[in-house]
Design a protein around this ligand. Structure first.
Ligand code: NAD
Ligand code: 3PG
Length: 528
């Protein structure tokens, strides 16, 4: 198999070595494409690798029929339309760890440069002045640093600030007092942090909730003479409000690496002597660039070769340990979905998935997605995949509920999928039998034991002598060999089912003829 890979932002050549080395990867590096050129070019590509520069818009995604994966060599994915990618079943991966250290170091560099006015003093010196009066700074020692967003970078910055003998107070929705205590810092609400800090540094992603979170109201509650650093994302600080706060002397200085519009040229903020800035250089070190490109290249190669990625953005990521436990059930859960969708061709209103046994202790979301993928495949074919299965189910108004239960009915693990349609509930259970592989063990209320593969025939009939024979004879006439057959019934003489595995696909005309036989209520051919 061969894949076309487009790299549209400058990536470390050493970092993309895993891509260059992998078999069948045709790599094109073109970092000069305009958005219109990219929208045209992308048609032929299976993978797109970017940094923060390329805007991967809905237009581009909708013009990319072959695109399977977008790799972001870095953290922020606000330049990628994730909804559009998810809707089109395109996985987005990033490299969240590779540039943490560089971004934290850059933040500390900006903080120190801001406190001591180093860029302003350097500019003055370069212009031939020897001015030792205009650049009186302040010490960091004993000052309070407010950290908004204590994730990877925020936590590194906090640890380094402590090394500068600063007091650190942080706000993060996931920061517990206990964790803060362990880190030797204080925790507070956003307001508490903004009020307490002499310096504020932002380390959140740019989200709906964080856009303009540092606005005029936020500046109003800060200390007089506060200084602010943003090495996270432009748009988190309202740039007009920052300009006003600096002009009014509320804010004594700002160090900015990121901006609402990049490139950031000719902006009024750059006219203020209190503002120092770098052109989005937080991750621009040899080490970070190599590391993020390696990480993302690995995920792209693994994904295109059918493997599980390490850093999915639009899929919940699960740890290696959990993956090892649930991966053996991937195929079974998809097959149960396919099986059920064949059993009932009615519009699905609700799906309930019950995980029992050891599985109930794991994060089973990937299995739920696989089941949905199987259920939706009947109507959507290859348009549905792991990435968009949940989204598509929601779009079609299907309620999906995951349940964890201890009722295993004697199996060490059991997955039961129940679909509700206007005609009622259909239910299939499956398990993995030690050494024997996957089995479907229950269809509706009937116990069965079928390997979910190949060609199956599900026959609903009356529990009467002759019904089974008639089916066997008809299949023999059509030269369809029966490999296995199981019969189950709820009551003697009542409704019963036959589950047959046969050696060939059973054509629709044969299904119709079987349905005409005496005491046969329904026949469904299922290819798994
Ligand atoms: N300047 C650069 O070159 C550069 C380099 C790397 C990362 N970044 C940016 O830095 C930021 C942080 O990156 P990271 O790797 O630490 O990400 P991360 O996901 O590890 O951390 C982000 C943290 O922000 C917190 N958060 C989310 N919403 C919040 C809110 N409303 N208020 C407070 N906290 C909130 C999250 O809980 C999380 O702990 C991102 O915006 C990323 O794009 C910039
Ligand atoms: O989010 C990130 O990883 C940083 O902003 C780095 O962006 P870059 O890859 O464009 O340097």
């Amino acid at each position: 198999m061969s894949f076309n890979i487009l790299i549209s932002d400058p990536l470390s050549e050493d970092g993309i070595f895993p891509l260059r080395q992998a078999e069948g990867m045709n790599i094109v590096v073109d970092t000069t494409c305009t958005p219109a050129e990219l929208a045209e070019k992308i048609r032929d590509y299976d993978a797109l690798l970017v940094r923060s520069q390329t805007q991967v818009t809905r237009d581009i995604i909708e013009n990319a029929p072959n695109l399977k994966i977008i790799g972001r060599a870095g953290v922020g994915v606000d330049n990628i339309d994730l909804d559009a990618a998810t809707e089109h079943g395109i996985i987005v991966v990033n490299a969240p760890d590779g540039n943490t250290n560089s971004a934290a170091e850059h933040t500390i560099a900006m903080l120190t440069a801001l406190a001591r006015k180093i860029p302003q003093a350097f500019n003055s010196l370069k212009s031939g002045e020897w001015d030792r009066k205009s650049f009186i700074g302040v010490e960091l020692k004993n000052k309070t640093l407010g950290v908004i967003g204590l994730g990877r970078i925020g936590a590194e910055v906090a640890a380094r600030a402590k090394g500068q003998r600063m007091n650190v107070i942080a706000y993060d929705p996931f920061l517990t007092e206990e964790k803060a205590k362990k880190m030797g810092i204080s925790s507070g609400t956003v307001e508490e942090v903004l009020k307490a800090a002499d310096f504020i540094t932002i380390h959140t992603p740019l989200l709906k909730e964080t856009r303009n979170m540092i606005n005029a109201e936020a500046f109003a509650i800060m200390k007089e003479g506060v200084q602010i650093v943003n090495c996270a994302r432009g748009g988190i600080i309202d740039e007009d409000a920052l300009y006003d706060a600096i002009v009014s002397k509320k804010v004594a200085g700002a160090a900015l690496d990121v901006f609402e519009q990049e490139p950031f040229v000719g902006h009024k903020l750059l006219t203020l002597p209190e503002v120092i800035a770098t052109p989005h250089l937080g991750a621009s070190t040899i080490e970070a660039q190599e590391s993020v490109a390696i990480d993302v290249s690995h995920d792209v190669v693994t994904f295109l070769n059918g493997g599980a990625v390490r850093n999915p953005v639009n899929l919940p990521s699960v740890s290696k340990e959990v993956l090892a436990k649930i991966e053996p059930f991937f195929d079974l859960s998809e097959k149960i979905g396919i099986f059920l969708s064949r059993l009932s061709n009615k519009v699905i209103e609700e799906v309930n998935i019950y995980y029992a046994g050891e599985l109930a202790e794991s994060d089973v979301r990937p299995l739920t997605r696989n089941t949905l993928k199987g259920l939706l495949k009947r109507n959507l074919g290859e348009h549905v995949n792991d990435v968009n299965a949940k989204y598509l189910a929601e779009r079609f108004g299907i309620k999906v509920n995951e349940h964890k239960t201890s009722t295993t009915k004697g199996f060490s693990n059991l997955i039961t999928v129940e679909i509700t349609t206007a005609s009622g509930i259909r239910r299939v259970s499956g398990t993995l039998l030690n050494g024997l592989g996957a089995r479907i063990v229950k269809v509706d209320d009937n116990l069965v034991d079928i390997s979910p593969e190949g060609h199956l025939l599900f026959v609903k009939h009356k529990d009467q002598p002759g019904a089974i024979g008639r089916v066997g004879t008809m299949l023999a006439v059509e030269n369809i060999n029966i490999a296995t057959m199981q019969v189950g019934r709820s009551t003697v003489g009542g409704d019963a089912i036959m589950m047959l595995t046969v050696d060939n696909h059973v054509k629709q005309e044969n299904v119709s003829r079987l349905k005409e036989l005496e005491d046969i209520y329904d026949v469904i051919a299922i290819d798994l």
